[in-house]
Write a protein that binds this ligand. Structure first.
Ligand code: C5P
Length: 404
């Protein structure tokens, strides 16, 4: 899979470092050449000898050891040599140093010499409170904005004995994410196509400080946008308010309300091959939004709601021949027939029926269970998958119906 690829593996000093020889083995087994760049703290958690043995190369740590290794400008040649850079585990300290451009060890130095078109995958791993701290989140946002792909840590038991967010994904997961990033987009039917994705919730203003909305996190739409970009598509992502980094290579337009989402999406309709409506657009909005804050009174209060425009239906019914329209049908109860009805009513090519169960499928969570219904009557039931994998399956299905 990765035959002939050169991978820099940066390891920083967290307990998850003890799993990295396995990651090196997976990379080597798939044909890659791996150069390990470990921080001094990393080598307290994992043996240098293990890493050097499985990678079949000396582990590089400090910046002043080049003479003993026979090359004074090794950091520069490595930046040129590498096809990708993986940093796993990435500690809070390493994230901070990478985000600010410090370069006082081989890991951080090669991060700067890596050619800008090469993908970077960062797997942060640390205690959940540290992970959620403002500084870590700020550094992650900076790195994501610079184009690094952040592999979210998983939840489970932590070194502290506590249970929560912060575990490094297993080496197999990191390997798969990297292999996906290095997959040649030329093979994809989406390569060179223009895709518009809507994502997240919308907010419908009641007054200056209140709104109607829903629990959509935007994760599904962002995963679709990220994967379409990886497949070589030009991706425009129109999103409601979410707390997610922009996927690498994706053009993002932030909006609040359904009307704003339509206003932002409409100019993109003409020049797209595919429109994917993953946004949970509010069906109604308050008829009039009040300036300032509505004052509390003893009497009950009524807010009259009016229908919002249907963005996906507007695209689908006005589109040019050859343009594809794909939607989601999230239901809390009831069956697939609701989704089928939406497929027909909105004149879509494909709809992802999505049961909301509040635990593993639907809003906010990282996983989803989708059934894909095609205009041609096809039904594809997908198992419980991460939203990234569900997005990939959806795009695989789209590729089969996309005009070449
Ligand atoms: O809300 P509903 O179940 O009808 O959503 C089905 C599909 O239509 C989704 O893909 C959603 O993004 C899209 N939609 C839209 N504009 C709306 C309502 C829904 O684009 N106002």
């Amino acid at each position: 899979m990765l035959t002939g690829r050169n991978i820099l593996l940066g390891i920083s000093g967290g307990i998850a470092a003890y799993k990295t020889p396995q990651l090196v083995r997976l990379l080597k087994k798939s044909g890659a050449d791996v150069q390990v760049l470990a921080t001094t703290s990393a080598l307290k958690f994992v043996s240098e000898l293990s890493l050097a043995t499985v990678s079949n190369r000396p582990v590089l740590t400090g910046i002043f050891t080049a003479d003993t290794e026979g090359e004074y400008t090794r950091h520069i040649s490595l930046g040129e040599w590498a096809d990708a850079f993986v940093i796993a585990p990435a500690t809070a300290n390493t994230l901070a140093r990478l985000a600010t451009g410090l370069c006082d060890d081989m890991l951080s130095l090669c991060f700067l010499t890596l050619r800008p078109d090469k993908p970077v995958l960062i797997a942060p791993a640390m205690d959940g409170h540290m992970y959620n701290s403002l500084s870590v989140q700020r550094n992650l946002s900076t790195l994501a904005e610079e184009g690094c792909r952040i592999l979210e840590p998983e939840s489970g038991s932590l070194a502290s004995g506590q249970c929560g967010l912060g575990r490094m994904p297993e080496p197999e997961t990191i390997f798969e994410a990297l292999a996906g990033m290095l997959a040649t987009p030329e093979k994809s039917a989406l390569n060179g196509k223009t895709v518009v994705v809507t994502a997240g919730p919308t907010r419908e203003k009641i007054d200056g400080v209140r709104f109607l909305s829903n629990y959509s996190s935007g994760k599904m739409g962002f995963a679709i946008a990220a994967d379409a970009a990886r497949r070589g598509a030009v991706v425009r992502l129109v999103t409601g308010p979410v707390n997610l980094p922009t996927p690498p290579g994706v053009e993002r337009i932030d909006v609040e309300s359904a009307e704003q989402m339509l206003a932002a999406a409409r100019p993109l309709f003409d020049d797209c091959d595919l429109f994917i409506g993953a946004a949970a657009v509010a069906d109604y909005r308050p008829e009039a939004s009040v300036e300032g804050k509505i004052k509390k009174k003893d009497a009950e209060m009524e807010i009259r709601l009016v229908r919002n425009p249907d963005i996906l239906a507007e695209f689908a019914t006005n589109r040019k021949p050859g343009q594809l329209a794909v939607g989601f049908a999230l239901e809390t109860a009831g069956g697939i027939d609701y989704a089928r009805k939406k497929l027909t009513d909105k004149q879509l090519d494909l709809i992802a029926f999505n049961i909301y169960n509040g635990h593993t499928s639907g809003f906010e969570v990282d996983t989803n269970v989708l059934t894909l219904l095609g205009r041609d009557g096809s039904v594809t039931e997908l198992p419980l998958l991460s939203k990234e994998k569900a997005a990939a399956k959806l795009l695989d299905a789209v590729e089969t119906i996309l005009p070449r």
